[in-house]
Design a protein around this ligand. Sequence first.
Ligand code: XIL
Length: 385
Amino acid sequence: MIIKMKRIKKIIYISLVSVLICTIGCANMGSVSKNNNSTLSSHFKGLFHLGAAINEETILGKDSKSVSIVKSEFNSITPENSLKWMYIQPKANQFEFKAADRYVQLGLENDMYIVGHALVWHNQLADFMQTINDADEIQGYIANHINTVVSRYKGKIDAWDVVNEAFDEDGSLRKSVFYNNLGEDYIEDVFKLAEKADPQADLIYNDYNFYKPKKRAGILKMVKKFKSKGVKIDGVGVQAHWDLKSPSIDQIEQIILDVHAAGVPVSFTELDISVLPNPWEMVGAEVTQNFSQFEGDPKMSPYPNKLPSKVQKQLAKRYHDIFKLFVKHSDKINRVTFWGVMDKHSWLNDWPINGRTNYPLLFDRNYNPKPAYKSVLEVNTNPKN
Ligand code: XIL
């Protein structure tokens, strides 16, 4: 794990509030931590941060069971939606910080590695941004967005997904509104703006389908270019929206080795394992893909009531194998973050087909740990074994 110097102000704050929090909160923790010696984050402590993406219900404290799991099981958080452009700056120069402020506060109070997701992304972008056809205008909005948001949480948010999903499957740059207006150097400029706003924060490039060699090569070429030019980039975020078979453990290992060879640590930023069949045309995790023709098709949602124990076991084994690999390469990994806390709230119930019942996480629909939770805790954390 890459150990980051925690800022002194933050440590003092944490020490003061932690006594108070434990007095109130320890009596209130979920069944998971009471019955086990280990939690997910304690099990992998010293190897990598263990995180979860949290939704607005959790951030605002409306889902107390989820909050309880997050506090006891994870030492890092990512906002599932609350820091995305369309929520933070829905109209030009109008910022909405309520949920984001609460999110950051939750992370500070619990001494967590706090992730900001995401500054520049073609999806979940405010409407006014999507139609801009002028380089200076879009550059002005990007600079203002980054300065305003990153500066507000300077010294508090530990890592930023600075740019999300800027590459196409063949390793070329996606023809997004950013690329179309600004050309290929826009990513470098955006990283420089983020560095200026908070020189201490870890700056991450985040994307899906790293297991595809051409896409990975395109991204890592950029990373190497940044490193050789001295443009600050502190890591690559591999989304990890995977399924029971794909990508293979060998393919995942190759990702880790190649990112490491490019000179930065890897974070698995959005881990979830779908157990459902997917339409064959689906490409990675592009969120705008929606296969409405399959809605209500029982073949596409074969487990509406319960996950059969056979599949439950496959899921547990898959997670075990993945974490075994992560431990083997923990010197190259900074963080592993699940995309959600419990199955019921996973985005995979509605993507890429609406209204399915998926089971991709470690906690079930009643907030109880699944066999996969146990299998992850059974991973030997001594990488030499
Ligand atoms: C997803 C959220 O989980 C959903 O709630 C939302 O409706 C769409 O976005 N890649 C990313 C994440 O980087 O931000 C996406 O999150 C999932 C794919």
